[in-house]
Design a binder for this molecule. Structure first.
Ligand code: DOR
Length: 435
């Protein structure tokens, strides 16, 4: 039977006892009391009507994912906002930025409102819709950015596609600067990646698979850094995958430009040779890269060049992933495994982990009022409790996601979510989803 624990009626006081609180101020041992959706007390020897022993665990602001494909509306066979939200909660997330490549795309206030409403209905995380940069993500005409911004959209992207046209991107940045929003780019010069299946490398030549060259990403990173310099717009680089991209962003930050970047757990942990199995679960865009790229991405995340760990959770139905490698859609699941992969492959302290999984992404998404907050009285009780030492293996049949395309099956992961608290209520208790 599923373990159940809610904080029950509104005035019930729940205390998370004996954990290590980790936030922007570092680490300390403390009990955390929650009441009416807020953290109300942090200290020692606290008690409430419900006391939950979390010794050996970290208590931190809930994770924020800048990059989740929730597939609704239009591709509900792969995921719904509810199943994706549940997967997020199980991964320790309290907010997900929903990517716009839905059908219809998130280029109108009607679709944005629908996504937000479905998120509220599920009530498991804050679903934060991104808006398209161009109508239908077609790269031809700008989406109604001002209208979308007025409806509360803070982050704009055509993810799945990069905006190819330089003039259109310049205009988007000029408007974006005026509106105070962030432009998030999927960096891919599409003329260089036609038919590509995997990283362009020696391996791809011997396997006879068309290559996706690093330069296709780096040219667009470079272009958008220069457009950010020209326009002053805030630009966020999605799923960076190459060593040279990290260097370009590092130099841009040194110049004081308003750029941020993210990396995915899979680009930090899996290399291009995985495609030698011809298994479509390893097909992803941008592709898995070389060990040298992986080392540079890890260093970029460690030294602050890369601000955030973002999942690019991309569910696909089994039927689609069973197609031949050149036909199968790119993408892999990420929400339920991100923490475990991060703790297994990264050599960062817990404060930095919380910075890249919660504090920084909350800032980039423009939701720091509710997420990524220090664990102190008055903060909304959006929290994750995880055991950094627990080891586990992914069992696809136990995933909350509607899809099964995880590349981490059989990998021993370290770091497991015990509880997730959203708006003061347990959405996950002892690893089990509560709704
Ligand atoms: O691998 C990917 N899958 N990369 C993207 O940019 C899009 C995503 C998807 O929507 O499936």
């Amino acid at each position: 039977m599923t373990k159940q624990a809610t904080t029950g009626n509104a005035s019930q006081r729940t205390v998370l006892k004996g954990g290590t609180v980790v936030d922007s101020r570092g680490e300390r041992t403390a009990d955390v009391a929650i009441e009416d959706g807020l953290v109300v007390e942090v200290g020692s020897s606290l008690s409430g009507s419900r006391n939950v022993d979390v010794s050996g665990c970290v208590v931190a602001p809930g994770f924020v994912d800048l990059h989740a494909h929730l597939r609704e509306p239009g591709k509900e066979e792969a995921e719904t906002i509810e199943t994706g939200s549940r997967a997020g909660a199980k991964g320790g997330y309290t907010a997900l930025v929903a990517m716009p490549n839905t059908d219809p795309a998130q280029d109108s206030v009607a679709v944005i409102d629908f996504v937000r409403e479905q998120g509220k209905r599920a009530g498991l995380v804050d679903v934060v819709p991104s808006g398209c940069i161009t109508l239908g993500r077609k790269g031809e005409a700008l989406a109604p950015m001002a209208e979308l911004a007025a409806a509360g959209v803070r982050i704009f992207t055509d993810d799945g596609n990069g905006v190819q046209d330089e003039l259109l991107m310049r205009r988007a940045m000029e408007y974006g600067k005026g509106l105070g929003v962030t432009l998030a780019q999927h960096c891919e010069v599409s003329s260089l990646t036609k038919g590509a299946v995997m990283n362009e490398c020696q391996c791809c030549t011997s396997l006879g698979l068309p290559g996706w060259p690093s330069i296709a990403e780096e040219l667009m990173v470079f272009r958008d850094i220069e457009l950010a310099r020209l326009t002053g717009a805030r630009v966020h680089f999605l799923h960076l995958s190459t060593a040279r991209s990290v260097e370009l962003v590092r130099a841009a930050k040194r110049d004081g430009l308003p750029v941020t970047a993210e990396v995915t757990p899979h680009h930090l942990s899996l290399d291009e040779t995985k495609l030698a199995t011809f298994d479509t679960v390893f097909k992803v865009n941008p592709p898995l890269r070389s060990p040298n790229d992986i080392a540079a991405l890890r260093e970029g995340l460690r030294d602050g060049t890369i601000d955030a760990l973002a999942t690019d959770h991309a569910p696909h139905p089994r039927r689609d992933k069973e197609l031949a490698l050149d036909q199968a859609p790119p993408g892999m699941l990420g929400l339920e495994t991100a923490l475990g992969v991060a703790l297994s492959v990264l050599n960062v302290d817990l404060t930095h982990l919380v910075r890249v999984m919660s504090i920084n992404p909350a800032r980039i998404a423009g939701i720091s009022d509710r997420h990524g907050r220090d664990v102190q009285p008055g903060a909304p009780a959006n929290l994750v409790v995880f055991d950094p030492n627990a080891t586990w293996q992914v069992e696809p049949e136990h995933l909350a996601s509607k899809s099964r395309n995880t590349p981490f099956v059989g990998m021993k992961l370290r770091g497991k979510v015990r509880h997730t608290v959203f708006d003061g209520e347990f959405t996950v208790f002892e690893g089990d989803a509560q709704r």
